[in-house]
Design a protein around this ligand. Structure first.
Ligand SMILES: NC(=O)c1ccc[n+]([C@@H]2O[C@H](COP(=O)([O-])OP(=O)(O)OC[C@H]3O[C@@H](n4cnc5c(N)ncnc54)[C@H](OP(=O)(O)O)[C@@H]3O)[C@@H](O)[C@H]2O)c1
Length: 293
């Protein structure tokens, strides 16, 4: 029998692939606009929790566009980023508490300030932009609620194909195919994560009674400059690539943490293997080639 899961954000970049890959094991119920639920509306959330037999909630819904979230900052607690990421999470947390459901909250590497060499789960959060701040406020609500919870931080997720929203790998491929010039950041570190690995990790996480904070991130941290060259090589593409610094690249955009090398030792110890960026690229290249998506 499939395990029932009450989910949010399951129509998104990450969530839709989770449903595709884990649909044989779990019976997902998505609380989304498509199913008539706005998570900022507490009554709608409570009603859907009341009607659900699921004992686990996977909360992924968020306003995720970092620059658009920054534009919301002037609206403070009235703005969409706060309403979805904080009030929406508060509604989910309160309903999880009321109906005694275990909560898995999906968070982000952007809760960190990027000044350390690397980040483990227990390191202090210090978000630098509004998106990161709203997500870290969400983490705080989850931690303080006295419920069974897990916080799962993700970082730069990518997959073979998702037509609704292009991840960074897809954006680079599409630009290179059109022979557009690429700007490659040299003084910035990130940790790309293959979404199929997130699904495998969640498979275990949702089944086990784990508690606490976990980094479900890729096994390799690198500069966007190096990532771009790896993508071009893997997909046999050629276009102009100009090296740029953060100062130029992020001008007039939300401030981004400089070094987001997240450690994933905690999940590795559980037997979960997260692919390196090279391995993830090989896998999506294979999936695209074989149309296995
Ligand atoms: N993408 C990244 O680079 C990244 C990196 C680190 C962590 N994360 C985290 O991973 C999670 C998933 O990210 P993603 O990129 O897959 O998201 P996404 O593609 O931007 O999708 C956002 C999801 O949230 C739902 N949603 C937004 N507002 C809602 C509301 N008021 N009520 C109900 N549902 C609402 C959307 O539903 P509709 O389709 O119905 O609009 C959609 O399913 C997020 O929590 C994000 O913070 C993402």
């Amino acid at each position: 029998m499939k395990i029932p899961i009450l989910g949010t954000g399951l129509s998104g970049l990450v969530g839709s692939r989770i449903m595709e890959l884990l649909g044989d094991t779990f019976e997902f119920t998505d609380l989304s606009f498509a199913t008539g639920i706005d998570i900022t509306n507490s009554e709608q959330v409570v009603e859907s929790f009341q009607n659900s037999s699921a004992s686990i909630v996977l909360h992924m819904a968020a306003k995720t566009d970092v620059d658009a979230c920054e534009d919301d900052k002037i609206f403070g607690e009235e703005g969409p980023a706060w309403l979805v990421n904080v009030i929406g999470t508060q509604n989910i947390v309160e309903a999880a508490k009321k109906f005694n459901k275990r909560l898995v909250y999906i968070s982000t590497d952007f809760v960190f300030d990027g000044t350390q060499d690397s980040y483990a789960e227990d390191d202090t959060v210090n978000p630098l932009n509004w998106y990161g701040y709203t997500k870290s406020e969400g983490e705080k609500l989850v931690k303080e609620a006295e419920i069974r919870f897990m916080i799962v931080r993700l970082s730069y997720p990518f997959r073979a194909y998702y037509k609704e929203k292009a991840d960074f790998v897809r954006r680079i491929i599409e630009k290179a195919e059109k022979k557009e010039k690429l700007f490659a950041l040299t003084d910035h570190i990130f940790t790309p994560t293959f979404i199929d690995d997130i699904a495998s990790a969640l498979d275990l996480i949702l089944k086990k009674e784990l508690q606490g904070v976990y980094h479900v991130v890729g096994g390799q941290s690198l500069t966007p400059h190096d990532a771009i060259h790896k993508i071009l090589t893997k997909f046999g593409l050629a276009t102009d690539v100009e090296s740029v610094t953060r100062e130029v690249f992020f001008k007039n955009r939300a401030f981004r943490p400089r070094n987001l090398a997240l450690k994933n030792d905690k999940i590795t110890k559980l037997g979960i293997k997260m692919k390196s960026f090279d391995e993830g690229l090989s896998e999506i290249e294979k999936q695209i080639h074989n149309k296995l998506i």
